[in-house]
Design a protein around this ligand. Structure first.
Ligand SMILES: NC(=O)C1=CN([C@@H]2O[C@H](COP(=O)(O)OP(=O)(O)OC[C@H]3O[C@@H](n4cnc5c(N)ncnc54)[C@H](O)[C@@H]3O)[C@@H](O)[C@H]2O)C=CC1
Ligand SMILES: O=C(O)CCC(=O)C(=O)O
Length: 425
């Protein structure tokens, strides 16, 4: 692989907060809200930066940088995942928290947005080091989180085991059992049926909606998915089972491509715990090469900024579904608009995760647990209604679905903030 390709593969959004703010400004302008609304929503209301000292297995103590951003709590407690990744930055966490506020607005959840992150490489850490880091993070942020304040959940490179350690640490600090402190927990500790697959199910429902509108059948459809972790792998299996041809899969090391469709059950069985499969075959492609292959639907489900001004013009798909947070830059969105590629935005497409996290929190508060069928039925109902709202807003204002999704999200947060007397418009 050439050096040039390696550099592109590592690429994330240079400034995700700026991306968030630019589209926020555009949507606020369409809504004809005053500048004050932008000034209020452009950054989180609260941002905590912590240093977490952790003893490593070799006896050394290492300091880890951690963050929690709470964007806006007008509509209810804040909510959002925690990411463990070496490239986490304050700007990224702030942008992700803003996107969570919009996501909760679009889906009409009684929450504002938050996000957390720790700069670390979980692939290089032992399970006991990860446990100490997860517990250390909760101790460091415990003053500002809680079941009625700010409710964390999983995100990239975090999972239900990490949520379990975090819950246990929180329960020790508070001296009572509080399952509603965190979602994405194991079922045994009050998790919800269907949460693990919720994000991919939600992506699938939005894909079905847009395909229905465009008259494209799922059966036989050629799909490329970047990312084979929680979101990408479950989605690949759903699509495979529905008769779509998953012709491409990428992970952090590269991509696999087969125009006749990849063997998804085999890849699922053989992926490692960090969602890597491209090393199973010798003739893998680079991520960039795979994104530019011909397909009907392209689904980035890994990191941000992978579809950008450098490659957008070379994409050969009809539909792009943003399963990851922030995979397409605003310059790329303009190029895709010109090419007639329909983009279903992240804050709508991947909202299935937070929707079922909300269901998990409701079940914890009630102490009464739902069947998987009920969870799925309510997820489908909520995300379908949200999709239709965003779609109609895009038609009403003649804007793309990205701006329409921002409009829907902003409206809810701004109204809640106005009712509390925080802003006037
Ligand atoms: N897990 C959830 O419930 C939700 C996740 N998301 C978003 O979906 C995306 C994926 O999340 P998960 O599947 O949970 O993460 P994960 O940690 O389970 O899997 C990540 C996948 O991305 C791949 N990857 C990492 N770096 C890459 C790179 N540079 N190029 C290509 N692939 C790369 C990994 O190899 C792995 O296959 C993230 O953007 C996350 O914020 C959004 C909503 C909810
Ligand atoms: O499940 C949740 O509460 C949040 C999931 C998340 O972090 C996201 O939607 O980006």
């Amino acid at each position: 692989m050439s050096e040039e390709i390696k550099v592109i593969e590592k690429r994330q959004l240079d400034n995700p907060l700026q991306e968030f703010q630019d589209i926020l400004k555009e949507a606020i302008h369409v809504l004809d809200y005053p500048e004050q609304v932008f000034d209020f929503l452009k950054a989180p209301m609260r941002f905590l930066e912590v240093c977490i000292p952790i003893q490593m297995d070799n006896g050394e103590t290492r300091m880890f940088q951690g963050y929690r951003a709470q964007h806006n709590d007008a509509a209810g407690p804040t909510k959002g995942g925690i990411r463990f990744h070496p490239d986490v930055t304050p700007e990224e966490v702030k942008a992700l928290a803003g996107w969570m506020s919009l996501k909760c607005g679009i889906t009409d959840l009684p929450y504002g947005g938050a996000k957390g992150g720790i700069v670390c490489d979980p692939r290089q850490m032992s399970s006991s080091e990860l446990e100490r880091l997860s517990r250390g993070y909760v101790r460091a942020v415990s003053q500002i989180v809680g079941p009625t304040k700010d409710i964390p959940a999983p995100d990239m490179y975090t999972n239900s085991q990490i949520m379990a350690w975090m819950l246990d640490e929180y329960d020790h600090i508070r001296e009572f059992d509080s399952p509603g402190f965190i979602t994405g927990k194991p079922l045994r500790l009050g998790g919800s049926k269907g949460r693990e697959k919720a994000t991919s199910k939600g992506v699938l429902y939005t894909l079905q909606m847009i395909c229905d509108l465009k008259g494209i059948p799922i059966e036989g459809m050629r799909v490329i998915i970047q990312g084979f972790g929680n979101v990408g792998s479950h989605l690949a299996l759903y699509l495979h089972e529905m008769g779509a041809k998953v012709v491409g899969i990428a992970d952090e090391l590269g991509g696999l491509y087969d125009p006749n469709g990849l063997d998804i059950p085999y890849l699922l069985e053989n992926r490692d715990s960090f969602g890597v499969v491209s090393n199973l075959y010798k003739d893998s492609l680079s991520n960039q090469e795979l994104l530019e292959k011909e397909c009907d639907v392209l689904i980035p489900a890994a990191i941000s900024g992978v579809v950008n001004k450098d490659n957008a013009k070379r994409l050969k798909c009809e539909i792009l579904i943003e399963a990851a947070n922030g995979p397409t830059t605003k310059e790329a969105i303009k190029i895709l608009d010109d090419k007639g590629i329909v983009l279903v935005p992240d804050i709508l497409a991947n909202s299935g995760g937070v929707i079922v996290s909300y269901f998990e929190w409701c079940q914890n508060n009630q102490g009464y647990y739902w069947t998987e069928e009920l969870v799925d039925e309510r997820l489908k109902e909520k995300i379908t209604a949200s999709f239709l709202n965003v779609y109609h807003t895009s038609q009403k204002y003649s804007v793309n679905m990205k701006v329409a999704a921002y409009i829907e999200g902003i409206r809810k947060i701004a109204e809640a903030s106005q009712l509390r007397g925080w802003i006037r418009f």
